[in-house]
Ligand binder design. Structure first.
Ligand code: ZN
Ligand code: ZN
Length: 139
């Protein structure tokens, strides 16, 4: 891959944030350092980085594609309440365990890629929900 300042900067934004960002979010953050940067340039940079295996597209749900600087396929936890995206602890081990279980149970199907999305409530939203449980009126 040819390293251009745009590509280097896009990668840096993803790597430093450790977040899952859409192209437009990357663009908004990148414009401070690279005024005049076009959104289409960000799309091309993300595509080049993806091809070079420096960035993965996390296929999480409907909505825009999200990118992150984490090249291994790994499971995601998506909160239905706040939309927060996180990784399970020891996510490489979780991914390896899932792949091994799939390989054992798929009758010879060669699994190359795995996109796992678990939906539910993040710990903060669980806590918030517990706090807002209506108190039964004693009267
Ligand atoms: Zn991720
Ligand atoms: Zn949440």
């Amino acid at each position: 891959m040819r390293v251009t300042p745009q590509r280097a900067h896009v990668w840096q934004i993803l790597a430093e944030s450790g977040a899952h960002l859409g192209a437009e979010e990357v663009w908004e953050r990148a414009r401070d350092a690279l005024p005049g940067l076009e959104l289409s340039t960000v799309y091309r940079a993300l595509e080049a980085l993806r091809e070079a295996n420096l960035v993965v597209e996390s296929r999480l749900s409907e909505g825009p594609a999200l990118f992150e600087a984490n090249a291994s396929s790994h499971p995601h936890l998506v909160c239905e309440r706040c939309g927060g995206i996180s990784h399970p602890e020891a996510s490489p081990e979780v991914a390896r365990g899932l792949l091994a279980a799939l390989a054992a149970g798929s009758g010879g199907f060669e699994v190359r890629e795995l996109h796992v999305v678990a939906r539910g409530l993040c710990p903060e939203c669980v806590r918030r929900e517990e706090e807002t449980v209506p108190v039964t009126d004693a009267s």
